[in-house]
Design a protein around this ligand. Sequence first.
Ligand code: FAD
Length: 599
Amino acid sequence: MFALARQTALRRAFSSGLGQQHTRHYASSRRLGRTLALVGAGLGFTAFLVEHPTIHADSNLPQKPESRNSSSDSTSLRSLVRAYVVYSMCSFPTLVDAAPKLLKVLMGIPVVRNITETFVRVTFFDQFVGGDTAQGTLPLLSSFRAANKGVLFSYSIEVDENEATSSNTSSKKKAQPVHKRCVDEMIRSIDVAADFEDSIVGQHARSGRRTWVAIKLTALLPDAQSLIALSSHILATRPQHEPSIPFPGCPRPTDLNVLNTTADSKFLSEKDIASLRELYSDLRRISLRAQERGVKLLIDAEYSWYQPAIDAMQLALMREFNKIPSQGDKSGPIVQPLVYGTFQAYLRRTPLHLAQSYRDAQANNYALGVKLVRGAYHPHEVSAHEAARVHGKQDSLSISPDALPPVWSSKNETDSCYNECVKMVVGWVKDDVRSNSASASSSTSKLSVGRWFYRKDDAKSSGLPNIGVLFGSHNGASVKLILSELLGNGLATSLGVENGEGEAVLKLEDEVIERVTLAQLYGMCDELTDYIVRRTSSNAPMVLNGRFSVCRAVPYGSLTETMPYLSRRAIENKSVLGNGHAAEERRRAGREIWAKVFG
Ligand SMILES: Cc1cc2nc3c(=O)[nH]c(=O)nc-3n(C[C@H](O)[C@H](O)[C@H](O)COP(=O)(O)OP(=O)(O)OC[C@H]3O[C@@H](n4cnc5c(N)ncnc54)[C@H](O)[C@@H]3O)c2cc1C
């Protein structure tokens, strides 16, 4: 009954005059008024929750870790109602766009400020953020693992120096720049992830380690503009005779040379060079810790204007930290690949970029780490390219020299590109698994023939993977394609039993699980994650619950600081929540609430 009452209350609240009252008081434009009405409804709904303690377990703030959202309670009535409210609000693009301004207005009004904070915590924060601190997420990690799911851990505070030094910021936090706190927090999260894995699989286990850490480079330096400057420098200094690959092209090992010379660059100031050098040294520090502790690192892809710089750093890190140890060398990492780069299928360059990355890894004897996603910034990429074309580069962040935008123009093209990349990477995994078993069964050193390459067997006899892929997607068709490619390539075998939906359960051996992982964002598409768990059988989790910038947490816990980040991320990630994902999630929560009450 509660659920029905709540749904009815929600519907009423959304259509009632509650929001209109807010409109009259605080909004001058009709557009803002409409969005305020929606938030007002949400606040009214929160008030409703507060009046019903049986369904408002989060009211004792700050929360105890045990009370956080977890996979085991993701189907509780409270979580379902929260998901319903959050995804209802995410289904309104106007509301998402207006959220930062709206929050600023609401946070400036005494009393309303407290209600707003409570509302955001019990809704968006709990839905998308795993915890206030790394330690605080441990119960969540345990509950995911119990459900055979790993976690992609991501601690990044948004770098906004203005806010970081505003009067709201405590003096302790002011003592250290935001990006440095972020680096420290990253290292702390590696330790928390490693301690957790050690407690599950053992300190020296080389396989089955399923708490990984994601890093976002723009959060790790004082001004992300320095990355754009480096990208511009890289584009201007790339040899012109190289085969043309659509912007942002492919990285070259010499891309970072400018950081080690005193040569002048018209794009980079001394300050840029200093902070880029420091960024690279911090990335090495993070990677070293990850190497020592056996925690995989995934570097997020961002807007195309940052990518040449991000690609260059990612290439340098992979070449150093993913090096394949020679026989008998015990000094290398215990997990491989250690560093993964992200490949966005919506970029026209991606199939060529991926193929070149693979060739480079083969030629230089390091393991290639691939995170394959569709890409989160499509609308911004299109508008930035259009603005540069119409109004000139000074009015746009785009630095592409190409006539066509860097991203595909239709969803179908992105989907085909994603599929093509899936097939390419699964083929490489097959080659690697075969070649690895061949070298394990042969005691002599000889040349083995892979589909794309020749390599010496002694480099492979470490038994560690030469390729690893994480497929990040909420698209059911993509997930099914990945599973069928694994089956078709002999990387999975059918157990001949059904998963309850008429589909065969697939058995994946350890050597495949060490190379192939699937992931969804935390708080989104639980149904798909559960489907993968039901369709696969393996000794370690095949699927991770990830965190991407939708939920870039402020790890030091202040909700006041979290809110602007959450709202800005919501805008940045409209393409994650778009394409009907938010509406589908809302409908799913609605169905489950209904089933719980009347089922
Ligand atoms: C674990 C994980 C990690 C992630 N990390 C990153 C990251 O580092 N960097 C990043 O950019 N994104 C990242 N994402 C987000 C990802 O790129 C997608 O935005 C998101 O997953 C939605 O795509 P989909 O495959 O899940 O679903 P779908 O709904 O099938 O695809 C939506 C996507 O299709 C593309 N698209 C939509 N409309 C068009 C159009 N008109 N023309 C061309 N293409 C279109 C866009 O890429 C859009 O995001 C991550 C996602 C996950 C699950």
